[in-house]
Design a protein around this ligand. Sequence first.
Ligand code: IPD
Ligand code: CA
Ligand code: CA
Ligand code: CA
Length: 267
Amino acid sequence: MVNWTTIDKHAKEWLKEAGKRIVSSFVTAPEIMTKTNPDDLVTNIDQETEQFFTEKIRETFSSHRILGEEGFGDELTKVSGIIWIIDPIDGTTNFVHQQRNFMISIGIYEDGEPRLGYVYDVVHQDLYYAKSGEGAYWNDVKLSLLKEVPVEKALIGINSTWLISNRLIDPRETLIPLVNDARGTRSYGSAALEFVYVATGRLDAYITMRLSPWDFAGGKIIVEEVGGKVSNLRGEPLNILEKNPIVVAKPGLHEKIIQKYLSKGFS
Ligand code: IPD
Ligand code: CA
Ligand code: CA
Ligand code: CA
């Protein structure tokens, strides 16, 4: 029998410890490197934080597998067993430029099913978490179930680059009309933050054309625990080991965004 209470206790302890290490790193400038292009940043702190988690998980739960952005985990092709999906710093650009608005994100899945989700704002010491079937929390506050809202009153998280161009859908037929009809848009630069902002009702929806498993694994579990919907642009479930375009929204609004706007972009 898997003891989820023990796993949860360790995950929270390690998040707090990793958070303290990140905050204390602010006194020294991080070593900044680039990955796929000059705007795709990674630092020694991203790498050290992921290594911290992989070491703790391996010494405590040797049968668990790990998928991490910075490559210290395992090569995974199947969802079987217990998998920790980790983004050591989600919002590295914010970490480098602002020293805030970045999160540690962890989603723990068993045979592909959601079990535990964490998004930790280390600067504000705000922990968002959920245990599947038992609700979601912001620190000690239990989050309420999300209520429906019309597009006209919706605040939508979207990065402006998706309104200029993308390979998936024509923004002139889809995202631009949606942005025109909505009350407003916001862009925070951390997918995990935008997921938990939907979970807490600070945003009504979040739309993005491309996220990796570590960007959404933790936030998805939290949003779904409060009745939010998470899918690809066609309303289909996400593949948790692959990149996905994503729509996260309150119930009702999610269907509306797909039917009235995004579906216009598909032939
Ligand atoms: C990025 C952030 C950003 C999103 C990018 C992600 P990273 O994660 O979540 O908001 O738009 O697609 O790659 O690289 O800072 O962990
Ligand atoms: Ca990155
Ligand atoms: Ca990320
Ligand atoms: Ca990252």
